[in-house]
Write a protein that binds this ligand. Structure first.
Ligand SMILES: NC(=O)c1ccc[n+]([C@@H]2O[C@H](COP(=O)([O-])OP(=O)(O)OC[C@H]3O[C@@H](n4cnc5c(N)ncnc54)[C@H](OP(=O)(O)O)[C@@H]3O)[C@@H](O)[C@H]2O)c1
Length: 183
């Protein structure tokens, strides 16, 4: 039962461009070529920030085309925001703000014996890390550089915090790195 930050990043450490485009990521290949289906099968609850949620709202046509639904997750989800955002029909979501530890306890209670997924962005993942709640970082590193954008994890993590547990090539465009986070 881990809390995992699973994300895709450019080689220079960005998960989206400054204007929140993921076009660079989709150009690298399909979800089917990644570890996503095995990963999501182990997830019992997930959390994301407002910008990530708004990306799903803005790209509903593409999300429906890919997954058959405007909300691609069956698991309960917690959306961090200070604003009133529109809900998505049929989505099991709740809007929250503030202390990630309190939300983490709710997620843990909902997830049973499954893992918790911090979807992103990086600052929200950083808040879970700061609270000592992040167990694993899984990053699909794409064969692209963006030169700027939304950072993977805007924190300074020096040895021995990250312990590399696996490095696996998924395709010519992607390598997956897994790290245990020492607390
Ligand atoms: N490459 C990938 O695998 C991947 C994965 C995930 C996301 N993404 C993309 O990367 C970008 C991430 O954007 P981002 O870094 O700006 O992050 P984000 O975490 O999605 O959104 C940040 C916003 O979340 C809200 N927030 C964060 N912590 C909060 C807290 N404790 N309480 C209340 N609200 C809180 C704030 O919104 P308010 O404005 O409401 O205050 C904040 O401005 C998006 O474009 C997303 O689509 C990519």
């Amino acid at each position: 039962m881990k809390t995992q930050y699973y994300s895709a990043a450019s080689l220079d450490g960005y998960i989206a461009t400054e204007d929140d485009s993921l076009d660079w990521l989709f150009a690298l290949g399909s979800l089917g070529e990644s570890s996503y289906s095995d990963f999501i099968a182990g997830v019992g609850a997930l959390a994301m920030g407002a910008t990530t949620y708004e990306w799903v709202l803005r790209h509903s046509a593409a999300v429906i085309a890919e997954t058959g639904s405007p909300w691609p997750y069956a698991q309960p989800a917690w959306i961090f925001t200070h604003r009133t955002l529109p809900a998505i029909d049929g989505a099991d979501i709740r809007f929250v703000q503030g202390d990630v530890a309190a939300v983490h306890a709710q997620m843990r209670a909902a997830a049973g014996d499954k893992n918790l997924w911090v979807v992103g962005g990086g600052e929200l993942a950083g808040q879970f890390l700061d609270a000592g709640l992040l167990d694993e970082l899984i990053v699909q590193v794409g064969s692209v550089t963006l030169g700027g954008g939304k950072p993977l994890l805007p924190r300074r993590l020096l040895p021995p915090v990250l312990r590399l547990t696996s490095a696996r090539q998924m395709s010519a465009g992607m390598v997956e790195l897994r790290y245990d986070i020492q607390k």
